[in-house]
Write a new protein. Structure first.
Length: 173
């Protein structure tokens, strides 16, 4: 088992971009102001919530990091959890409240795809989030679906098919 460490200076970079507000919450003051904020530290990209989670736990998050308090943009380290912790807490809530569950109506493996909603109710993540279609067909045509068409078999930027005015060595005469 490897022991993760918090990158040096991450706490200082995080504190410089956040401020404490009433109720023990913390809000993002850096740029961008909306969406919870993103910043770069030692060559890595961090969201405010991800940095807060790493500062609290000392490990990389599993899945997305979101606040568990009632403020959607809160980035206080004590108020954020990763997907694994949220699912664990929701399963515990279902067990404590004695919630009875119907057997799943799908054939997906619930050990892998089973999730709990915030109220403790179970659902199948594979059924609720079908796979998205690929953004590209692999032939260079975005959103083309299943059409195996390509404008130029060699690619649009080859010497033969690139317009003369866009060639790097082009000079107006």
């Amino acid at each position: 088992m490897t022991i993760a460490t918090v990158p040096t200076g991450l706490a200082k970079a995080f504190a410089a971009r956040t401020r404490a507000i009433d109720g023990g919450h913390r809000e993002w003051t850096g740029r961008p102001a909306s969406g919870g904020g993103h910043f770069r530290h030692q060559g890595r990209d961090y969201t405010a919530a991800r940095a807060a989670f790493i500062l609290r736990t000392g490990r990389e998050p599993v899945g997305t990091v979101r606040p568990v308090c009632d403020r959607p943009q809160c980035c206080d380290p004590a108020h954020v959890d990763d997907q694994a912790a949220r699912q664990r807490d929701r399963a515990a809530l279902a067990a404590v409240t004695g919630m009875s569950h119907r057997p799943p109506s799908c054939d997906h493996d619930q050990a892998e795809h089973g999730r709990h909603r915030a109220n403790g109710k179970r659902y199948c993540n594979a059924c609720n989030n079908p796979p998205r279609p690929a953004a590209s067909c692999g032939h260079g045509n975005p959103q083309c679906g299943a059409q195996p068409a390509r404008l130029y078999p060699c690619g649009p930027r080859c010497e033969e098919h690139q317009p003369a005015r866009t060639r790097p060595y082009y000079s107006a005469a």
